[in-house]
Each structure stands twice: as C-alpha cells, then as structure tokens.
Design a protein around this ligand. Structure first.
Ligand SMILES: [Zn+2]
Length: 319
C-alpha cells in the first residue's frame, strides 16, 4: 500500500489557532495562566458553542508576535512532515490585533513567519459586520503581493447574510485574491450556490450540503469551484458521519475536492489522516492522487511549486 504521507498534497483549509500543536497550547496556556478544559470525549456530537468555546480558549493563549510566528513555523514543519508541501493558513487578524498592536502587524508577522513557504488567507467572520469584512478584505488586498493569497469568511454561516458580504468580496476579487468563504456547513445547498453566484467564491470551505442538490453540483463543476472537505470536522459537530461522506459523489459530478484539516488541534487528525479516511471509504490510489492534484491545482502556490508537486503526485502513483 502506498504511503499517504509521501503523497504530495496541499492543505487549503487550516485555521491558525486550530493548527497549534497540543504541546504548544499547553505551554502557552500555562504561561498565560489559562486553565484548559479536559479533552472532548470521542464519538459524541457537540454543538457549535462547545467547539467555539475551546477554540476561543486556545486563541487567547496566543499573545505575542513570537507566539503567532511560532505557531506558523511549527505548522509549516508539521505540514511538510505530513506530505503537505503547500499550506494556506487562515487568520482572522481581529483575533490578535489588540495584543500585537494592530491588524496590519498581525498580517506582517504572519507573512514574515511563512518566509514564502505558505500562503496566508485573511478571514473575517460570518458573525461579524459587513464593514469589518470589507476592512479585512482591504487589508488582504494591501498585502496581496506579499503573500496574502485569499480572503474568506469563517465561523458559523447561519449568523450572517450572504448578500451583505458582496462588497468585501468585490474588494478581494479586484485585488486578484481567491474568494474562499465557509459555506454549506449547516445551511443547505442554496447557501453554497449563493456564495458562488453573489460572492464569486473560487473555493468553498466545506460546502458538503451541495452534494444533495444536482443543480448546485453542476454549477460548482461548471465553474470549477473546489470544495475544501475536512472529513474529521463533521461527526463531532453532528453534520455528517464518515461512512456517508459524499466524496465519491462529488468526484462523479465533476466537482473538484481538496481535502483539508480545518482544526487538527481540536479534531486530532492531520492531512494524511484525512486521505486515509477517504481510502477507507473505498477510494483507490488513483482517486486519492486525483484529490491531491486538485488540492494543488486549486491552491495559490507559485507556478513552479505547483508544477513540481503535480509531477511528484504522478511519481507517487507510479511507484
Ligand atoms: Zn474552517
């Protein structure tokens, strides 16, 4: 059996806080005097709030520019070990701006830490105001030529209206940034469709509810909108189980799929583990290689990096 760690792939869905090593969280939390909650029991469904609470505690342990740099450096190291030669890290600059001295400082700190070896996606929140989103989109536009590759919207999509964020995504599109909103996690296929039609989404974070609607699948396939599917994120939040994950249906419909990790700190699985889940679902190595190719193709990695990684996927498959 081919080693999934040796399959070159891109991780296009990973949040800064959620990428933190558990040991780093323990260390930063101790320094900040924070008490960490006990791990969540396996096999139990949690509401969004339980998840968000833990995420917030982890985020509040990140206090300095050095902390942000460290998490990014460790993320790149861990990703490379995992065969994710390219990673795009989502950051909501408002989360760290007060402690670091401004949103632009957060972005510059993150970009310096990547040293060109990863992309940064600036994300605002579905729960935030459209004005905040537009401000973050302008910030992303300002750093477009310095390594910011996309603009997204994270958090619980039920808390915002799609049309309200059209202006922010227009700013991002004008700057040549990828539009990568989270969508179709809780809301049905209409939400994915609206994000494509009204926000010009180039990729969708999750978007699994689209699988139930042939018209939305056709739209995604026609416009080559990639779904960033993160298998281990769904069972704990009660929005799908692994056995019925519709990866094969998406592929059959011609929708590009890029597997991602979302928040390995909370969900406990790296990118190779996501591919292992797809393998358990019956996908053969040729299909896993296709997923890897699609992740690389949908990334913002520089062209020479993409060309090399695609060639390495071919070698993996022919090995
Ligand atoms: Zn996410």
């Amino acid at each position: 059996m081919r080693d999934l760690r040796r399959l070159p792939k891109a991780n296009l869905h990973l949040h800064l806080t959620g990428a933190m090593r558990p040991a780093t969280l323990v260390e930063l939390a101790a320094r900040a005097g924070l008490r960490l909650p006990p791990p969540l029991p396996d096999g139990v469904t949690h509401g969004w709030d339980t998840f968000q609470e833990r995420y917030d505690i982890a985020r509040s342990a990140v206090r300095t520019a050095e902390d942000v740099s460290r998490v990014i450096r460790e993320t790149i190291t861990d990703s490379e070990r995992d065969g994710a030669a390219w990673v795009e890290i989502q950051i909501d600059p408002t989360s760290y701006a007060r402690r670091l001295g401004g949103e632009a400082v957060v972005v510059e700190t993150a970009l310096a830490a990547t040293a060109g070896r990863a992309g940064i996606v600036l994300a605002s929140s579905w729960a935030g105001t459209p004005q905040t989103a537009a401000r973050i989109a302008r910030l992303a536009a300002r750093y477009q030529s310095h390594g910011v590759v996309g603009f997204g919207l994270s958090n619980d999509e039920r808390r915002g209206r799609v049309a309200d964020f059209a202006e922010a995504f227009r700013v991002a599109a004008d700057a040549g940034l990828l539009a990568v909103p989270h969508a179709g996690f809780y809301e049905a296929a209409w939400h994915v469709r609206e994000c494509v039609e009204r926000l010009g989404a180039s990729r969708i974070g999750h978007g699994l509810t689209a699988a139930a609607d042939p018209a939305t699948l056709a739209l995604l396939a026609e416009r080559s909108v990639t779904l960033e599917v993160c298998p281990t994120s769904y069972p704990p939040l009660g929005v799908g189980d692994l056995a019925t994950l519709p990866i094969a249906r998406l592929i059959e419909a011609g929708v590009p799929v890029a597997l991602g990790t979302d928040d390995p700190l909370l969900f406990g699985a790296d990118l190779s583990a996501q591919y292992a889940i797809a393998r358990q679902l019956g996908l053969d190595d040729a299909t896993l290689a296709l997923l890897a190719r699609q992740s690389i193709a949908a990334s913002a990695a520089p062209t020479p990096v993409r060309t090399q990684l695609l060639a390495e996927v071919d070698s993996w498959l022919s090995s």
